[in-house]
Design a protein around this ligand. Structure first.
Ligand code: F6P
Length: 340
């Protein structure tokens, strides 16, 4: 009987368990055994894995996080570790691997595929929705919904106190969460990494906004924004790229200094990655999981399942990790209607 291995790597997010459940169901129907690899690539380095079955994967569809655990490994993986993975993979008797993760996990998958011929299929996960080659990565919808609810809550307190509230959401390289949650939450200003922030323009807008009788404003900012003349050096010098950090705090401080308006900052952080996945993320995760097993069956390795115009398809992993998927410019322009 053939064996499929599955691992979840990098940042956790709601919807990972939907993929695991779908892979196990579909694989068992197709006559495969499924091995769950613990804690991402670390499980293959340390030989930490266990057989998954219907019992272990039932009742997990609505659970956030990942029952397999995860770990952050920033590529490139050193050569010794790549070798250890390939040797342990060989020894485990696994015939094909499904790697569920974002940019880092998939870059490692691609390198193992290219250097050691690892038969791997990728499944795209990114709350930032930053992966190319797919219209959508699961986890993003849940993050947008959580952020929108937080913006709604912060609206009422901003209004009562006549304050500006800067809400920092996740999004290191792309502003998808800020853009969509900002639109849904009625933000006055949306700041994204794709466009450098001109703080004078932001302050001018706030002054004019307030001169027209509004006594509060909501600004949604991606964690990865660059403020022209301020945090560029900090971003370039960042050694741990997963925490570029403090963009919200910086913007709030500058606004208060320059305008005199009382300003607060709220960093939503990991709350955006926690808890129950939305129905949308459960459905996409399930469809991705089933398709990943189809690709294994068809020996389509080095590929990643993807979503295009509502249909599940696949692309080369290489394409998915080649560049970040920037926000939709038309949507961004449309959102400007509410910042004038
Ligand atoms: O890549 C997903 C993500 O949530 C980013 O939005 C965020 O910058 C980063 O992970 C946080 O990483 P960690 O959980 O390692 O602090």
């Amino acid at each position: 009987m053939k064996k499929i291995g599955i691992l979840t790597g990098g940042a956790d997010c709601p919807g990972l368990n939907s993929v695991i459940r779908a892979v196990v169901r579909k694989a068992m129907l197709e006559g495969y055994v499924v091995t769950g690899i613990k804690n991402g690539w670390n499980g293959l380095i340390e030989n930490d894995m266990r057989i998954l079955d219907l019992r272990l994967t039932s009742g997990i569809l609505d659970r956030g996080g990942t029952i397999l655990g995860t770990s952050r490994i920033i590529p490139p993986l050193d050569k010794d570790k790549e070798k250890a993975i390939s040797e342990n993979f060989e020894r485990s008797g696994i015939d094909a691997l499904i790697a569920v993760g974002g940019e880092d996990t998939l870059k490692i998958a691609l390198s193992l595929h290219n250097n050691y011929g690892l038969p791997v299929v990728g499944v795209p996960k990114s709350i930032d929705n930053a992966l190319s080659g797919t219209d959508y990565a699961f986890g993003f919808d849940t993050a947008v919904n959580i952020a929108t609810e937080c913006i709604d809550r912060l609206h009422t307190t901003a209004e009562s106190h006549h304050r500006i509230i800067v809400i920092e959401v996740m999004g290191r390289y792309t502003g998808w969460i800020a853009l969509q949650a900002g639109i849904a939450g009625g933000a006055d200003i949306i700041l994204v990494p794709e466009y450098k922030v001109n703080i004078e323009n932001v302050c001018d807008f706030l002054r004019s906004h307030h001169s027209r009788g509004r006594s509060f404003s909501i600004i949604v900012v991606s964690e990865g924004v660059t403020v022209d003349g301020y945090n560029e050096a900090q971003k370039e010098g960042s050694t741990y790229k997963h925490r570029i950090g403090n963009a919200g705090e910086l913007i709030a401080t500058l606004i208060e200094e320059k305008t005199g308006y009382e300003t607060r900052v709220s960093v939503l952080g990991h709350i955006q990655r926690g808890g129950t996945p939305t129905a949308h993320d459960r459905i996409i995760g399930t469809r991705f999981g089933v398709k990943a097993v189809d690709l294994v069956k068809e020996n389509k390795f080095g590929k990643m399942v993807s979503l295009h115009d509502g249909k599940i398809r696949y692309v080369d992993i290489k394409e998915a990790v080649s560049k970040h998927k920037a926000i939709d410019e038309d949507l961004y322009k449309m959102a400007q209607t509410f910042s004038s």
